[in-house]
Design a protein around this ligand. Sequence first.
Ligand SMILES: [Zn+2]
Length: 279
Amino acid sequence: MPELPEVETVRRGLQKILEGEVIEGVEVRDTRLRYPVDEKKLGRGLPGRRIKELRRRAKYLLILLEADGAREEACLIIHLGMSGRVYFSKKAETAQPHTHVIFSLRGGRELHFRDPRRFGLVDLVPLASLEDDRRFSSLGVEPLSDECSAEYFFDRSRKLRQPVKNFLMDSRRVVGIGNIYASEALFLARVHPQRAAGRISLETWGRITAVVKEVLGEAIRQGGTTLNDFQGPDGTAGYFQVLLRVYGREGEDCSECGATVRKKVLAGRSTYYCPRCQH
Ligand SMILES: [Zn+2]
């Protein structure tokens, strides 16, 4: 599943080509995604629109469109779901199987949205309604923003007995810390994944916050970790394995102390940790 670093990598790749481009047309080949694609809405709202900016919120790609005539500023929302991809193709090139939506661009290229498992999403909303949109209004802070701080986590965790790993993976508090990144960050911060969030000191939250940012930032620099056939939107292979220090290493020696790495299931997710380094 594409995680936040992959989506951010995609955003950066798309940004170079899409900003300033004009969408000429849209072809919906199959509306049957998790939420059906509203073909009429896209057909009315997209052709002729200039792309102003590419943003990301959690794992949503947000393509901001300039106002034009009677049409107000709008936002094309794309979510990659479990298996979604967006990539550029030349016009008249045959689309790959499972390509559900094709955006044609004035510059001669097409942007293809492909999603074999159909958990993705393509939608168009007025920019003004984005803040109140149910998909976004309950989301917590962005992990790489300044709002995501030791104080933020400390304040929100007081009295909670919830394990710190589950706390970090709750998108109502902070978005985009997936299972692999949570395990890796807690290993680097030397905090046991089952420790009660409410008993973690401000100082320790400082350590956790710093490594969360470091781990996600490193994954973005490397192009993401979780899809082993991950491709950047320009079609080049964008997959570089970020060094996973503890994730998937059950039974191996801890790289720091030599103790045996353990695996435990927390909230249904495989959790890896070193029983000696992490307290
Ligand atoms: Zn260790």
